[in-house]
Design a protein around this ligand. Structure first.
Ligand SMILES: Cc1cc2nc3c(=O)[nH]c(=O)nc-3n(C[C@H](O)[C@H](O)[C@H](O)COP(=O)(O)OP(=O)(O)OC[C@H]3O[C@@H](n4cnc5c(N)ncnc54)[C@H](O)[C@@H]3O)c2cc1C
Length: 257
């Protein structure tokens, strides 16, 4: 079964074509040459994407058993946050302000500040059964997972922290409200991508309607009718200029599909 998705509406950056996306309804191998999407909060879909697939609603679920919390791969971060608040679970407070599906969050090891999804992760369920956290390479916004995450299992630590929710909300006040895919580049070791973009004169710089935000330069925002070509040209320009001036090669955090 497929679902028609208009990426200029569905994706967080509001850019992209209308595509028939394969709905994955049972545990299977990702078909060859197919890219898996979650909530499209960290991707930029070009005008000529590969075949796309996504998990169906069958993988939207949450369950608690003793001190174990099990979440289906298609479950949205907002639902996980509300569930944790209601059930007094700590460590997921940042999900109040971090859009995504559980599969996308785990694949990207998403997080804010020192909190990230791997902190309380025990294992993930894939086509090959369960894989323990210790067997998954992971770091800052990185994992080596190259297969579909159908489910993730966490250890429950009690004590939902509403002060943290306030801290994360305040952090977001310094970030732009226009459509974006979050941070466009990873922060290089010991530096900030936003600072480097600003240093090379690209803060507020536009190509078409794609712009490095005046509020936070590491956010590439869509001012209205940006195209994927505009956004990709801007990304390449920043990489070239930062490399010329600092000999630092910025690494994309946003995934161009
Ligand atoms: C306004 C804004 C702010 C943001 N702030 C932050 C932040 O502070 N910290 C942060 O870490 N991120 C941030 N992001 C990025 C984004 O929220 C995360 O990367 C999130 O994890 C993306 O989840 P998704 O489901 O939308 O995945 P997608 O964007 O659809 O996909 C991202 C990657 O995950 C893979 N993937 C998706 N589902 C699965 C699955 N079931 N199994 C295996 N792989 C899968 C995709 O193949 C792709 O490689 C922000 C985004 C926005 C729009």
């Amino acid at each position: 079964m497929t679902k028609q998705i208009d990426f200029s509406v569905f994706s967080s950056i509001k850019i992209g074509p209308v595509v028939d996306v394969l709905l994955i309804d049972e545990i299977q191998k990702l078909p060859q040459d197919t890219f898996l999407i979650g909530g499209a909060n960290n991707i930029l879909v070009s005008n000529n994407p590969p075949k796309l697939a996504m998990l169906s609603k069958k993988f939207e679920y949450m369950d608690i058993n003793d001190d174990i919390f099990t979440v289906g791969g298609a479950t949205k971060s907002g639902r996980v946050f509300s569930f944790c608040k209601k059930n007094d679970i700590k460590g997921f407070e940042y999900l109040s302000k971090l859009p995504g599906t559980l599969g996308g969050l785990v694949k990207m090891n998403a997080g804010m500040k020192e909190d990230e999804i791997f902190n309380s992760l025990l294992k993930i369920k894939t086509l090959h059964g369960y894989t323990e956290k210790k067997d998954i390479k992971h770091g800052y916004r990185f994992t080596d997972i190259d297969t579909i995450i159908y489910e993730a299992v966490f250890k429950i630590n009690r004590g939902f922290d509403s002060q943290k929710v306030d801290i994360f909300s305040n952090m977001r006040k310094n970030q732009p409200s226009q459509p974006s895919a979050g941070s466009v580049f990873k922060n290089p070791d010991g530096d900030y991508a936003g600072r480097l973009i600003e240093e090379v004169g690209l803060k507020g710089y536009k190509i078409g309607d794609a712009c490095f935000s005046e509020i936070h330069a590491n956010f590439l925002v869509n001012l209205g009718s940006a195209t994927s070509e505009d956004a990709i040209s801007l990304i390449e320009l920043a990489k070239d200029r930062v490399y010329e001036k600092f000999e630092i090669m910025l690494e994309n955090e946003v995934i161009i599909v």
